[in-house]
Ligand binder design. Structure first.
Ligand code: HAM
Length: 424
C-alpha cells in the first residue's frame, strides 16, 4: 500500500468546522425563511435512474452531454446518475407518491448536487443547492411569490448587490416557430458558425445564442427574436408578473438572451446575479416548467421553481466581511483530582440541564494546560474544580474574556453564571 495520503476528489470540498458554523447558521436562516412562505421540506435520493435526467434536463444540454456522474451499478446493471440538480428528482418523487392528487404543493429541498465541470472559484463538482418548487400553480402570482421570496432572503442576509435578470421563453408553439426561424437564419450563414454552433444547429439552436464567441456576436444579434413570436397569453403572463414586481418595488432587468442551460423551462425564467464572483456570478436561478410533469409521465400540471448555489452565497457573505461572533461553547469545565472529576461530570450535566453548551475536559493534564484548552475552545466561562472545591462542594467560575473569578457553592453556580451573562 502506498504511503501517500488520500485526497478528496477534485472539485469536491470538505467543509471544516470553522466554516461549517456558517453553513449551520445559513441553513437555519433559510429554514425560517421558507417556513414563512409555507414551503415544506422534501428529501430525495442523491442517485436516480440516468433516464430521468436525460428526459427532464434534455439530451443535448451541457449537463447531460458532459457533466453527469453516470455509472452502471455493477451488482445489477442499472444505469444510475448522481443528481446534477433537484427539479427532476423532486417532480419524480411528487408523481411517484401522488402528491398532486388533490392539492398543489409548495416544496423545498437542500443538499449536494454533482456536475463534472472544470473547478474554479464558485464552481465545484459537488456543490450545494437550496431548491424551491411549486407544483400545480399556473398564474404569474406564483412567479412573483418566488421572486419576492428571493428578494426577502437577500435582504435577510444583508446582500445588497444581487440583481434580477428576467426573461420569458413563451410557450411550446412559439418556441417551435422561433426555433425553425433560428435554424434557417444560422443555415444561411453556415460559414460564420464555429464547431460548437454547427453541432448544435439542429439539436439545440437556442444554445447558440449563449455563445461567447466574439466572431459570432453580430450573427447572434441579428438572429430572430423569440419576443416577436410570443403568444398573447404568454405576453399577458409576463406583463402581470412585472406589474406585481413593480408594485413591490423589486427592480429587474429584462434580458432577452437569458435562456438557461436546462431544457424544461417555458415562460418566465430568471437569474439573480452579482458582479462580485467573476464568471460564476449567478447565485440563484429558475423559472417556470409547465411541461415537465407530463414529460415525466404525470397528468399535466404547471410548475415553477428555482435553486440557489449555497457556496456562492456563502462566498459573498464572507467576502462581504460577515463573521459569526457567537461562541460554540458556553462553559469549559476544568478539573484535577479524582473527587474533582466526579463533581465535574455532575456539574457539567447540571449546566446542560439548563441548556448551556458545555465541554467537560477529557484527558487530564495540569490546570494550566487545561485552561489553555478552555481559552482555545472560545468558551465564555470556565468552571474550575480541584479536590479542595470537591471537598466543600464548590466550584470556581471564571469569565474567559476578563473579570474576577468567583467561588460559589454548587447550588449557586447557575445563578452566578447568569449574573455574569447579564453583565456581558
Ligand atoms: P441551475 O441554474 O443549473 O438550475 O443551478 C442553480 C444554481 O446552482 C446556479 O445559479 C448556481 O448558483 C448553482 N450552481 C450550479 N452549478 C454549480 C457548480 N458547479 N458549482 C457551484 N454552484 C453551482 C438548476 O439546477 C435548476 N434545477 C433550478 C430550478 C429549480 N429550476 C426550477 N426549479
Amino acid at each position: 500500500m502506498s504511503n501517500e495520503t488520500v485526497q478528496a476528489v477534485r472539485g469536491m470540498n470538505d467543509i471544516l468546522p470553522d466554516e461549517a458554523r456558517l453553513w449551520l447558521w445559513f441553513e437555519e436562516v433559510v429554514r425560517d425563511w421558507l417556513a414563512g412562505y409555507g414551503y415544506r421540506n422534501i428529501r430525495m435520493p442523491l442517485v436516480e435512474p440516468t433516464a430521468l435526467f436525460k428526459r427532464a434536463i434534455g439530451e443535448v444540454t451541457d449537463i447531460v452531454e458532459k457533466e453527469m456522474y453516470s455509472f452502471e451499478d455493477a451488482l445489477n446493471g442499472d444505469h444510475l446518475t448522481l443528481r446534477p440538480e433537484g427539479t427532476a428528482s423532486c417532480v419524480r418523487a411528487v408523481l411517484q407518491h401522488n402528491l398532486l392528487y388533490n392539492a398543489p404543493q409548495r416544496l423545498y429541498y437542500s443538499g449536494p448536487m454533482f456536475r463534472h465541470e472544470r473547478p474554479q472559484k464558485g464552481r465545484y463538482r459537488q456543490f450545494h443547492q437550496v431548491g424551491v418548487e411549486a407544483l400545480g400553480f399556473a398564474g404569474p402570482d406564483m412567479d412573483a411569490e418566488q421572486i419576492l421570496m428571493c428578494a426577502r432572503l437577500w435582504q435577510k442576509l444583508g446582500l445588497s448587490d444581487v440583481t434580477l435578470q428576467l426573461n420569458t421563453l413563451g410557450d411550446l408553439d412559439a418556441r417551435h416557430r422561433h426555433r425553425s426561424k433560428l435554424i434557417a437564419h444560422f443555415e444561411q450563414n453556415l460559414d460564420l458558425l464555429d464547431e460548437d454552433a454547427k453541432r448544435r444547429l439542429h439539436s439545440n439552436p437556442l444554445r447558440i445564442l449563449d455563445s461567447k464567441n466574439p466572431a459570432m456576436q453580430e450573427l447572434i444579434d441579428a438572429a430572430p427574436k423569440l419576443m416577436d413570436e410570443l403568444d398573447e397569453d404568454a405576453l399577458l403572463h409576463f406583463a402581470a408578473l412585472q406589474e406585481i414586481l413593480k408594485r413591490h418595488g423589486v427592480s429587474y432587468e429584462i434580458n432577452p438572451r437569458l435562456v438557461r442551460g436546462l431544457d424544461y423551462y417555458n415562460r418566465t425564467v430568471f437569474e439573480w446575479v452579482t458582479t462580485r464572483l467573476g464568471a460564476q456570478g449567478t447565485v440563484c436561478a429558475g423559472g417556470r416548467y409547465d411541461g415537465l410533469v407530463s414529460q415525466i409521465g404525470g397528468k399535466p400540471a404547471p410548475a415553477m421553481g428555482f435553486a440557489m448555489g449555497v457556496e456562492r452565497l456563502l462566498v459573498l457573505l464572507t467576502e462581504g466581511g460577515m463573521k459569526l461572533s457567537e461562541p460554540d461553547v458556553d462553559v469549559y469545565v476544568v478539573h484535577q483530582g479524582e473527587m474533582a472529576g466526579i463533581l465535574a461530570s455532575r456539574v457539567a450535566e447540571q449546566l446542560r440541564d439548563a441548556d448551556l453548551r458545555v465541554i467537560l475536559h477529557c484527558g487530564g493534564g495540569s490546570f494550566k494546560s487545561q485552561m489553555k484548552k478552555a481559552d482555545a475552545s472560545g468558551a465564555r466561562f470556565s468552571v474550575v474544580i480541584g479536590d479542595d472545591e470537591a471537598l466543600s462542594n464548590e466550584v470556581s467560575i471564571k469569565p474567559m474574556k476578563g473579570g474576577d473569578q468567583v467561588k460559589v457553592g454548587v447550588q449557586d453556580m447557575l445563578a452566578a453564571i447568569n449574573t455574569f451573562i447579564k453583565q456581558e
